[in-house]
Design a protein around this ligand. Structure first.
Ligand SMILES: Nc1ncnc2c1ncn2[C@@H]1O[C@H](COP(=O)(O)OP(=O)(O)OP(=O)(O)O)[C@@H](O)[C@H]1O
Ligand code: NI
Length: 356
């Protein structure tokens, strides 16, 4: 039955999650902080979507809004979040609790140390399973072993009784993924799942996610500050800056034909292994204070192409070509500059490759 539904969804390419005009803000001592400002995106079954941006751009708040886990000083001011056609913002707390974990699940940022040190890995996953699924202890234990195997933990039958400190960082992250997928969610949100891990382990974690996606057809939202991660993993990408989505397209187009000056800056700052000097080549300036966002285009104080118009008008996302949108008023007029930027990127890459 489920398979039939899933299959027909795929044929109809139904959007499994659809976020429209989401605005989330917080009350702070500095005043109202609009952490997420009027953003929209959607994801289909089996797709992997990236949300990329520097620290403070609103990525986690976006995810927490979808999970309805915004802290008490914050609120979703505007927008809708449709999951399988019904608006999550209209659900009661108990309805949302049953969706959370079993339909939409999240691996939280900075959770590597959040497994409870006094309980075994098995006990902690077992608990989540029994909360959502009708299984007795023995069945849940078998299911936990299966999940640990699924995320690539060797000797799962023995490791299930280990305590978190007996697991390496990469193994703990696998266990957290096992926990997040333990109730077969349709959507998994992974918030910076590999930030604390080295690149080899990072690649392994994404291989695990890819494998699970093939096995289950789940949709994945990957949150990262690293466009390098996006390249290998995501079908399409939303670039966030100052709480807004400034560019969105298929991953290939983000790399092959980036439009927004911010995206191009991010691309130029992807570090190459062993290239220390690259770290210095990020985007000049700092992310804006969300309690005091600049006038006009939020990016204008850091933008090499900013004009008076940019200081006055906040650009909305415009279609650059099919399925590729960017929020920059100079997208037409600045075609030539874009070309120069592209040449810099391409030459840099070639240089990097020949240096390696
Ligand atoms: N509970 C809160 N109260 C006040 N401000 C908040 C709260 N939660 C988030 N913010 C602010 O919202 C903005 C966006 O935060 P968010 O955590 O979404 O950024 P992020 O893109 O996930 O960054 P990072 O890469 O550092 O995780 C930040 O300026 C942050 O300080
Ligand atoms: Ni975050």
């Amino acid at each position: 039955m489920i398979l039939v539904t899933k299959e027909s969804n795929r044929l109809m390419t139904e959007k499994i999650l659809e976020v429209d005009n989401l605005t989330t803000s917080f009350d702070t001592e500095e005043g109202t902080v609009r952490a997420v400002n009027n953003i929209s995106f959607s994801i289909e079954e089996g797709e992997t979507m990236g949300i990329v941006g520097e620290s403070g751009s609103g990525k986690s708040v976006t995810a927490l809004s979808v999970m309805r886990l915004i802290e008490s000083n914050g609120s979703i001011e505007n927008g809708t979040i449709h999951y399988r056609g019904s608006n999550l913002l209209e659900k009661t707390e108990s309805e949302i609790q049953s969706i959370r974990g079993s339909e939409i699940s999240m691996v939280f940022q900075d959770t590597l140390d959040s497994l409870n040190p006094v309980y075994t890995i098995g006990t902690q996953i077992n608990r989540v399973i029994r909360k959502h699924r009708d299984m007795d202890n023995k069945e849940a234990r078998e299911e936990t072993i299966r999940l640990l195997e699924q995320v690539g933990i060797p000797n799962a039958e023995e490791r299930i009784d280990d305590y978190p400190h007996q697991f390496s960082g990469g193994m703990r992250q696998r266990a957290l993924i096992a926990m997040a997928i333990s109730c077969n969610p349709s959507v998994l949100i992974a918030d910076e799942p590999t930030t604390a891990l080295d690149v080899t382990i990072e690649a392994q974690i994404f291989e695990v996610l890819d494998k699970i996606q093939h096995e289950t057809g789940m949709s994945i939202i990957v949150i990262t500050h690293d466009l390098g991660v996006v390249a290998g993993v995501c079908d399409f990408v939303n670039v966030m800056y100052g709480g807004e989505i400034v560019e969105k397209s298929k991953t290939d187009d983000i790399f092959g034909d980036p439009q927004h000056p911010y995206t191009r800056g991010l691309l130029r700052s992807i570090p190459r292994i062993g290239k220390e000097e690259d770290r210095l080549r990020g985007i000049e300036g700092n992310v804006p204070n969300p309690a005091a966002l600049p006038s006009g285009c939020t990016f204008h104080p850091r933008c090499p192409h900013a004009t008076d118009e940019c200081r006055q008008h906040d650009p909305s996302l415009q279609e650059v070509k099919r399925n590729h949108r960017a929020a920059c008023i100079h997208i037409d007029g600045y075609k030539s500059l874009h070309k120069e930027d592209k040449e810099i990127i391409i030459n840099d890459r070639k240089k990097g490759e020949s240096d390696d």
